[in-house]
Design a protein around this ligand. Structure first.
Ligand code: NAP
Ligand code: ZN
Ligand code: ZN
Length: 355
């Protein structure tokens, strides 16, 4: 595929993506710019599969431009650096998450929170590419070229394939857990034991919190405990929900429609229900769920570049990686189907050698 909107010197590489919401992913070719002075070129070794990739390829949120090449939990090796790159050298193990560009001078960018850039930040896939023209293409591809500011060091100590999900799932739960001060003496609930949820259990536990998992799947109870949960509540069981002691904070990682009021009612006074899941349907909130106990319903979106480095280092320190099923890229359509049915234990990661 030749992208006529592409404005930079480029080379053609292999990728995996789809031409329509109802089509399977297949091999295609895309253009990648050659390295600019501040760019790092990365050979992609592993790429995780996040539920946001599924929402996007199926155009569930609207606004998807086809063809789309998903993938935003990227780890690999530096193969080339531009003349002005200072933080990376050829051979370094690196990661790229959701953010590949931002304005760099608004208050959010200056404060290290590029995810809230007032000019809008560039998503690694399916987003207008200010540098090269056309759209960005994600990590289901051979290589990626990214300004060094948005590239992370992956600590050597981490197992590379199972570290990939830290680049989205990890930072997305770490940022709110830190912001709302999950830690010793706090009861923290995690709703949904999927890719984000299972990382949240491990990270909240490492922060010292008492962790309560809310799952719709009775079959995941044992896993939740093994991953570090102190308590598991099967959310479909009204009696279990009723007798759950109140919580300081609940992190909601659910990808589909669900009733948030039953969780708001489990919060202590001044407690917060923090949404990171991105269901397509709006989630109705009853006034009494909030006014009783002065509760908050809030949200959080991935995390900035500095904080993404912080979570990678935190995971290395606490020996945290994702529980993964390593797959061949030819099995990616089956993986998305299984993800749609909630059958993921607990993150698919693609071995990119199979591309
Ligand atoms: P995932 O691996 O598919 O896990 C989602 C989990 O939610 C499922 O395993 C299931 O857990 C639960 N669930 C799914 N549908 C449900 C429903 N209708 N009612 C109740 N529970 C349900 O997905 P993920 O990759 O962790 O992503 C989760 C969500 O976060 C997605 O919407 C994704 O787009 C979003 N996301 C947001 C950000 C951000 O920055 N805000 C970043 C990444 C992802 P149980 O079986 O335990 O119930
Ligand atoms: Zn993601
Ligand atoms: Zn900005």
């Amino acid at each position: 595929m030749t992208d006529l909107n592409f404005s930079k010197a480029s080379r053609t590489i292999k990728a995996f993506g789809t031409y329509a919401a109802d089509k399977q992913l297949e091999q295609l070719t895309i253009n990648r710019r050659t390295t600019e002075p501040h760019d790092v070129e990365i050979e992609i070794l592993y790429c995780g599969i996040c539920h946001s990739d599924l929402h996007a390829i199926r155009n569930e949120w609207g606004g998807t431009t086809y063809p789309i090449v998903p993938g935003h939990e990227i780890v690999g090796k530096v193969t080339r650096v531009g003349g002005r790159v200072t933080k990376f050298k050829v051979g370094d193990l690196v990661g790229v998450g959701c953010i590949v560009d931002s304005c760099r001078h608004c208050d959010a960018c200056a404060g290290g929170e590029e995810q809230f850039c007032e000019q809008g930040w560039t998503v690694v896939f399916n987003y207008p590419d200010k540098i090269s023209g056309g759209m960005t293409y994600g990590g289901f591809s051979e290589t990626i070229v990214v300004d060094e500011h948005y590239v992370l060091h992956v600590p050597e100590k981490l197992d590379l394939p199972s570290a990939a999900p830290i680049l989205c799932a990890g930072i997305t739960v770490y940022s709110p857990l830190k912001h709302w001060q999950a830690g010793a003496g706090k009861r923290v609930g995690i709703i949904g034991l999927g890719g984000l949820g299972h990382m949240a259990v491990k990270i909240a536990k490492a922060m010292g919190a008492t962790v309560v998992v809310f799952s719709t799947s009775a079959g995941k109870a044992e896993d939740a405990k093994r991953l570090g949960a102190d308590e598991v509540v099967i959310s479909k069981d009204a009696a279990q929900m009723r007798k759950t002691p109140k919580l300081d904070m609940i992190l909601d990682t659910v990808s589909g429609k669900h009733d948030v009021n039953q969780y708001l009612n489990l919060l202590k006074t001044d407690g917060s229900l923090v949404l990171v899941g991105l269901p397509v349907e709006p989630l109705p909130v009853g006034a009494f769920s909030l006014v009783n106990g002065r509760r908050s319903f809030s949200g959080s979106n991935i995390g900035g570049i500095l904080e993404t480095q912080e979570v990678l280092d935190f995971c290395a320190k606490h020996n945290i990686t994702a529980e993964i099923e390593l797959i061949n890229i030819r099995d990616v359509n089956t993986a998305f189907e299984r993800m749609g049915k909630g059958d993921v234990h607990y993150r698919f990661v693609i071995d990119m050698k199979s591309l």
